[in-house]
Design a protein around this ligand. Structure first.
Ligand code: JBK
Length: 238
């Protein structure tokens, strides 16, 4: 897989050089490149934003630097592969579709992902229209809260996607046994010592009875999900 990120804060993405993504890159499963949007401006001040038409607070990212940057990314990509399936352009935005584990699986199947990190009040809408002719465009939100830009959302999405590329995670079992893999929250986990500061590990986990343990864990998953994330449970019947 190839991943390109365009941002005015390329250093923000350096956290992805560590651990998981670092391993994926070293193993040749992933090519990951970050591009500075300002390198695609042509004025002396390297301007990337301007005031919004129609008025209002804040600034809007100008279209032309984005078209230049995204064209450079396309030109550096595999043009034959792009002919068969256009690269996916993810635009992190609070106005996007919600990014879920199912979305991570979908995007992990792509050959080429490009993340367009906007700052300020967003990117001139015509960039997404222009990009529709060259990419599969996916405006994506990681949740209903306000961030300063798309960089942190990109970090979260790239980590969720890259760990699903076959060969990136050592133990594939750990992919199926975690929260959201089966639509429920994970059951509670314990490790040694069996008694810690007056708190004992639930007796069933020390019983060696695998059937009882599996039933207890399922009950815990359901109770936890009902308590913390009732939105994940199917609606109660009549
Ligand atoms: C938010 O992906 N997001 O969720 C996102 C991207 C950029 C700005 C934002 O406020 N929420």
């Amino acid at each position: 897989m190839r991943i390109d990120v365009v941002s005015i804060f390329p250093d923000y993405l350096s956290a992805l050089d560590l651990s998981l993504i670092g391993k994926a890159r070293a193993s040749g499963l992933l090519r990951f490149d970050v591009h500075d949007l300002r390198d695609f401006t042509t004025d002396r001040h390297r301007t990337v934003d301007d005031t919004p038409y129609g008025g209002g607070a804040g600034m809007v990212m100008k279209a032309e630097p984005w078209a230049q940057a995204l064209t450079a990314v396309l030109d550096a990509g595999d043009t034959a592969a792009a002919e068969a399936a256009p690269p996916v352009l993810v635009i992190p935005s609070p106005a996007g579709e919600v990014f879920r584990q199912a979305t991570a699986h979908e995007l992990a199947a792509a050959d080429h992902l490009v993340f367009a990190c906007g700052r300020y009040e967003g990117i001139d809408e015509r960039v997404a229209e222009w990009a529709e002719e060259r990419f599969t465009v996916r405006p994506m939100s990681i949740g209903d809260y306000v961030l300063n830009g798309g960089e942190v959302a990109t970090l979260a999405m790239v980590e969720a996607i890259v760990r699903l590329i076959p060969g990136v995670i050592g133990n594939p079992g750990s992919l199926t046994e975690e929260s959201h893999a089966d639509g429920l929250l994970e059951y509670p986990m314990y490790t040694k010592p069996a008694s810690w500061r007056g708190r004992d590990v639930p007796e069933v986990l020390l019983s060696g009875d695998h059937g009882r343990i599996a039933r207890w864990r399922r009950e815990q998953q359901l109770a936890r999900t009902a308590d913390r994330r009732p939105d994940l449970l199917p609606p109660a019947g009549p």
